[in-house]
Each structure stands twice: as structure tokens, then as C-alpha cells.
Design a protein around this ligand. Structure first.
Ligand code: GUN
Length: 288
């Protein structure tokens, strides 16, 4: 058996198409969803991510503005900018690209973003809403993973989802979304004993540890679906995931490529959140 490589491009195109149509419909009402992206400092990887987010906005017809701030920006300057964007009717979503320079407190920054414009779903109130199953903005990467599985018609109810990684951005919210889908969830991490053995129990294995090619065929139950959230550089400086892609091909039933699936899907969910925030916000651009 050889795994089917999940066609990320096709799924992304399909979801973005739906978003584009909805943005078009809003334009007819004289409204346009708007995203503000804030990048502090000169991290090259962050610069690439931010550019991709802006590009995606424009592709679906959304308004976007990029605020590039120098590395030495003070925390107060950043908080002031966020407060202005919080009340700017042109802006429905605010994304502060992480990581921030060490002298800026990430928590304070996230707490300052309006709950209604928190398209990353990082604000404690939104995280709490997710935890208790209240409707609201969903965290982009985990929501993207669910969307991929939905597109493939993978049944999740009753299935065992094993998540490797316990970050606030992926592992923990992924567990919440999988529970919502009635999956049975195990969260593992770098300190888990007998990790391959636990991973081998997964019907759906989600790798989000941040270690290049760590997940090999010893981690895979025959026929399992493998979702690779990792984004690393291998020994030749080539982009790769947390999964040793070639090694698991013979064992898994489906596997996501890196790059080309979870990354662009995450950006797609960011667009979806911005659209949803705009729909709840009411008029912004004055109708002509
Ligand atoms: N840095 C790495 N991933 C993310 C993300 O999903 N959102 C933000 N804001 N920063 C990130």
C-alpha cells in the first residue's frame, strides 16, 4: 500500500473560492473585510509568512494593511497601534505575527487585541470559548486540519486522534477541536514515554512538535491518516515537516505534504476568520 498524498492545493483552492464568493457578495453591500497584520522586527521566516497572508487577502478581495515595525519598537508603541486598530471600522481582524522581540510581553499584546478582531484565536476569552464549546473564532491551524479531514470525508466520531505537541497555537486547541468532532483524543509531547507505541494507536496522527522528520514508520498504524503541521529545515536546509514523509508512505493511508497543505490551509482559515469577524461587525466601508 502506498499512501495518498493529500492535495493541499486543491483543498485550499476550493475553500478560498467559497470565501471569495462571500467577499464578493459583501462588496455588493458596500462592505469589505479588512485584516491588519503587524510584524515587529526582522525575522526572515516571519517576513515570508506575513507576505503570504497579505497576498492571500488580496487574492480573495479583502482589504489588508501591513504594519512593519522596527525591532526596537517599545511595547507601549505596539499596544497603542493595536488600540487604534481595535476601533478602526476598516479593520475586522488583527494579527500580530509571533514571535515578538524579547523585550515585548507576548501575553500583554494578545490581551490587548479586541476579542472580536482576534483572528488568531489567541485571546484568553476566545481560548476559553473554544474550551467550553461556545461559538466564536477558531484557531487557524487546528481549524485548517479539521477542514482538510472534512474535505476528504474522513469520519472523526469515535476515531482515535493522537496529537504530538502541546503548544497553545496547535496542540492544545487541536485537542479541543477533535473533541468537538467526537474523536477520542490523546495529547503526547516531547516528554511522553513510549511515544511511538502511543502514536501507533492513532487512526489520525497529528504531528506538531517542531522536530524535523521525527515521525517515522514506527509511529504509524497501517492505514492511519497522518497530518504534518511541522515546518522545519532538514540537514540540506530544505523545508520539511515533523514527519519523515518518504518513510511513512508505505504504512499510512493519507499523508499531508510539507510544504503545501497545512501551511496554506492555516492562511485560508485566517481569511475565513476575518470574513466571519466582518460579517459580525456590520457596515465598515460606507456604501457608495
Ligand atoms: N507565528 C507562527 N505561527 C503563527 C500564527 O499562527 N499566528 C501568529 N500571529 N504568529 C505565528
Amino acid at each position: 500500500m502506498t499512501a495518498t498524498i493529500i492535495n493541499g492545493k486543491e483543498i485550499v483552492a476550493s475553500v478560498r473560492d467559497g470565501i471569495k464568493q462571500e467577499v464578493h457578495r459583501m462588496a455588493n453591500e458596500g462592505r469589505q473585510p479588512g485584516l491588519a497584520v503587524i510584524l515587529v522586527g526582522n525575522d526572515p521566516a516571519s517576513a515570508v509568512y506575513v507576505r503570504n497572508k497579505e497576498k492571500a487577502c488580496h487574492e480573495v478581495g479583502m482589504y489588508s494593511e501591513l504594519h512593519r515595525l522596527p525591532e526596537e519598537t517599545s511595547e507601549q508603541e505596539l499596544l497603542t497601534l493595536i488600540s487604534q486598530l481595535n476601533v478602526n471600522p476598516r479593520i475586522n481582524g488583527i494579527l500580530v505575527q509571533l514571535p515578538l522581540p524579547a523585550h515585548i510581553n507576548e501575553e500583554t499584546v494578545i490581551d490587548t487585541i479586541s476579542v472580536h478582531k482576534d483572528v488568531d484565536c489567541f485571546h484568553p476569552i476566545n481560548v476559553g470559548n473554544l474550551m467550553i464549546g461556545k461559538k466564536g473564532l477558531l484557531p487557524c491551524t487546528p481549524a485548517g486540519v479539521i477542514e482538510v479531514l472534512r474535505y476528504l470525508n474522513v469520519p472523526l466520531a469515535g476515531k482515535h486522534a493522537v496529537i504530538i505537541g502541546r503548544s497553545n497555537i496547535v496542540g492544545k486547541p487541536m485537542a479541543m477541536l477533535m473533541l468537538r468532532e467526537n474523536a477520542t483524543v490523546t495529547v503526547c509531547h516531547s516528554r511522553t514515554d513510549n511515544l511511538p507505541e502511543i502514536a501507533r494507536q492513532a487512526d489520525i496522527l497529528i504531528a506538531a512538535v517542531g522536530r524535523a522528520k521525527m515521525v517515522t514508520k514506527e509511529y504509524i498504524k497501517p492505514g492511519a491518516i497522518v497530518i504534518d503541521v511541522g515546518m522545519n529545515r532538514d540537514e540540506n536546509d530544505k523545508l520539511c515537516g515533523d514527519v519523515d514523509f518518504n518513510d511513512v508512505l508505505e504504512t499510512a493511508s493519507y499523508v499531508t505534504p510539507v510544504p503545501g497543505c497545512v501551511g496554506p490551509m492555516t492562511i485560508t482559515m485566517l481569511l475565513k476568520n476575518t470574513l466571519e469577524a466582518a460579517e459580525h461587525a456590520g457596515p465598515n466601508v460606507p456604501a457608495r
